[in-house]
Design a protein around this ligand. Structure first.
Ligand code: SF4
Length: 63
């Protein structure tokens, strides 16, 4: 799995961080998403898919 984030779309809602703490963080200044792990291990895949679904800005994609 490869994870991509579009910082321009991100509205800083933070839902992705709640879904997958190991993969996503937020910038202190403006809350914009920070991708911690672009190729997360398999046990994190379900959490990443959840993050994709809960992101209100559709800023996260996986391949
Ligand atoms: S859930 Fe989406 S909009 Fe919210 S911080 Fe994460 S990437 Fe940005």
């Amino acid at each position: 799995m490869k994870v991509f984030v579009d910082e321009d779309k991100c509205c800083g809602a933070g839902s992705c961080v709640l879904s997958a703490l190991e993969v996503f963080d937020q910038r202190d200044e403006d809350g914009v998403v920070v991708l911690l792990d672009a190729e997360p291990a398999e046990h994190l895949h379900a959490a990443v898919h959840e993050a994709v679904q809960v992101c209100p800005a559709a800023a996260i994609t996986v391949a």
